[in-house]
Design a protein. Structure first.
Length: 248
């Protein structure tokens, strides 16, 4: 493992208790940063922080609640330090159904978590980065946001919104030492698969030329560089981890 230098930095990773978020939190902590694990499941966040060690702090946060996010951001600054790095990994997939049959309650739930939740965290933490003229932000999108998966319109649309948000924020902050980028991984075998049908999982695998799902450690490796000071020029960009699926 190449060690990216994040010594002295403070990071917030949403959805950091498990899956992709946990792998990113582990990699960031291994690179020398202090990391706050924000997750809806406070018990799991505490277990993950304990496993990572003293560099990690758990915080139960519902990213769909702006007041809760703003309170967590304020507490982070006092208890851990001013936030230099934000990685928004909190997200849900929702059920699989054709668009015209998709339950509207599920559509709204997915948008609240994936889009509103991402926006809330950026809204709460970017002003501090702007004031200090330093920040690195990575929004976790999906290859589905670029290509649109059948029977997953809500998830695909939500991740397309995350991509556009990264592009907008990247341009808005480009006159400062702040980089805002998105990543669009192919599917990783995490608990999010529990929300999907076996047929949809098989479809996703069939689209990946490498013939396997991405490993969470591979995602964390890319994020570690994107949140480092070395990433001083690229902003508003989208980085694929699609195993050859994306060709543009």
């Amino acid at each position: 493992m190449n060690r990216i230098d994040l010594e002295g930095r403070v990071a917030v990773v949403t959805g950091g208790a498990q899956g992709i978020g946990r792998a990113i939190a582990e990699r960031i902590a291994a690179s020398g940063a202090r990391v706050e694990i924000w997750d809806l499941d406070g018990t799991m966040a505490a277990a993950t922080a304990a496993a990572i060690g003293p560099a990690a702090r758990p915080r139960a946060v519902d990213v769909t609640d702006l007041d809760a996010v703003e309170a967590a951001a304020a507490a982070c600054e006092v208890e851990t330090g001013p936030c230099d790095i934000l990685v928004t990994s909190a997200g849900i997939a929702g059920p699989n159904a054709r668009t015209w049959e998709y339950p509207l309650s599920e559509w709204h739930r997915i948008m609240r978590v994936n889009v509103d939740g991402t926006m809330h965290c950026c809204r709460a933490l970017l002003p501090g980065m702007i004031a200090r003229n330093y920040g690195r932000v990575v929004l976790i999108a999906s290859i589905a946001g670029k290509e649109g998966n059948p029977n997953a319109a809500a998830y695909s649309a939500s991740k397309a919104a995350v991509i556009a948000l990264a592009k907008s924020l990247g341009k808005e902050c480009a006159d400062r030492d702040i980089a805002v980028n998105a990543i669009t991984p192919a599917a990783a075998r995490t608990r999010i698969f529990e929300q999907m049908s076996p047929q949809h999982i098989d479809f996703m695998l069939s689209k990946i030329p490498r013939g396997r799902f991405v490993e969470v450690a591979e995602i964390a490796a890319m994020v570690a560089w994107l949140v480092s000071a070395e990433n001083s020029f690229t902003t508003g960009a989208v980085f694929d981890l699609s195993g050859g699926r994306a060709t543009y």
